[in-house]
Design a binder for this molecule. Structure first.
Ligand SMILES: NC(=O)c1ccc[n+]([C@@H]2O[C@H](COP(=O)([O-])OP(=O)(O)OC[C@H]3O[C@@H](n4cnc5c(N)ncnc54)[C@H](OP(=O)(O)O)[C@@H]3O)[C@@H](O)[C@H]2O)c1
Length: 282
């Protein structure tokens, strides 16, 4: 398969490129190749590649940045996705959108299923809901909602906790943000399997189990054999962040189960593997 990956220099993009590259012809597209909001340039680039599938990971995933610059968030997350959907349609390519658990409202008392209504409090979430709506207009599409990402190649939540612990510095993290966690390499393998199976629908893809951000950071530091007493859990209300976070965003992977696709392993098993490979990155 010929696969083009947008956001290839990002955290998830790197994982997607690494895993897809093991058995397929991958074209990594980062900002260096073209700005995704420049539809004419993206059309030329993608026409030359002639991919079977475009995996669209590029976005502004920072909730606070999206609240502060809503116009830019809409342009990059939603409008550029509309442009890529049109390009995919014209080229006869499939399009797989990387989306997020932030499309939900956080008030559920049980894990969110793919069929649950979206109703998000954040600008980021609304731009991703709009991106999903654009992509659904293409028959040959997949939507993969992932949650708190960790993985190699770029600074992330887990790797920051590890760096702080290495330096004996405190790391303050939300104690009341309960969700799923996603190892980029595990999610990339599952996404590849789903694309290969060819069933077009929305999928939740994360590691099994649930954890707060605090539990995730603390466990990472423990698995690295470091002192975890400097990982400090705080209620989100005390953290004075700009954008709204969901207190509950655990995802149920019902669609994977229905399609007979193996669920990724538990977050703790994935974290153990990842921690074994940790090195400082910026
Ligand atoms: N991070 C998470 O925990 C998380 C959770 C759920 C869902 N997601 C979703 O997963 C996907 C990947 O997120 P990530 O964590 O890998 O984010 P990331 O590390 O910030 O990567 C996103 C990439 O998109 C690129 N990009 C942004 N605007 C662009 C533009 N106008 N033109 C070209 N490239 C552009 C960025 O390039 P620059 O570096 O040059 O800006 C960056 O390399 C996103 O769709 C996000 O919504 C992420």
């Amino acid at each position: 398969m010929k696969i083009a990956v947008t956001g290839a220099a990002g955290l998830f993009g790197r994982g997607l490129v690494q895993v897809f590259g093991e058995g397929h012809q991958v074209s990594p597209l980062s900002r260096k190749e073209g700005d995704i909001t420049d539809s004419a340039t993206m059309r030329e680039i993608l026409r030359a590649i002639a991919p079977d599938v475009i995996v669209h990971s590029a976005a502004i995933p920072d909730i606070d940045e999206c609240e502060k610059n809503p116009e830019q968030a809409w342009r990059v997350n939603a409008e550029a996705t509309r442009g890529l959907t049109e390009i995919a349609k014209d080229l006869g390519a499939g399009l797989a959108l990387i989306s997020t658990d932030a499309v939900f409202d956080g008030t559920s008392r049980r894990p969110y299923k793919e069929s649950d209504a979206v109703n998000t409090p954040s600008v980021y979430g609304r731009t991703k809901v709009a991106a999903e709506e654009h992509v659904r207009k293409l028959q040959n599409h997949w939507i993969f909602r992932v949650s708190a990402l960790f993985g190699p190649g770029k600074a992330n939540f887990v790797n920051k906790a590890w760096c702080k612990a290495m330096g004996g510095e405190p790391y303050v993290v939300a104690s009341d943000q309960l969700g799923s966690a996603t190892y980029t390499l595990d999610a990339a393998k599952t996404i590849l399997e789903v694309i290969g199976a060819g069933v077009h629908r929305t999928y939740h893809v994360c590691n099994q189990g649930e954890c707060t951000r605090y539990e995730l950071a603390k466990r990472a530091v423990e698995l690295a054999g470091l002192n975890s007493s400097n990982v400090i859990g705080k209620p989100m209300d005390e953290m004075k962040r700009v954008g709204p976070r969901l207190k509950y965003a655990v995802m149920d992977m019902q669609a994977l189960r229905e399609q007979g696709i193996a669920l990724p392993r538990t977050w703790e098993d994935a974290l153990r593997d990842y921690v074994g490979t940790l090195q400082p990155v910026s």
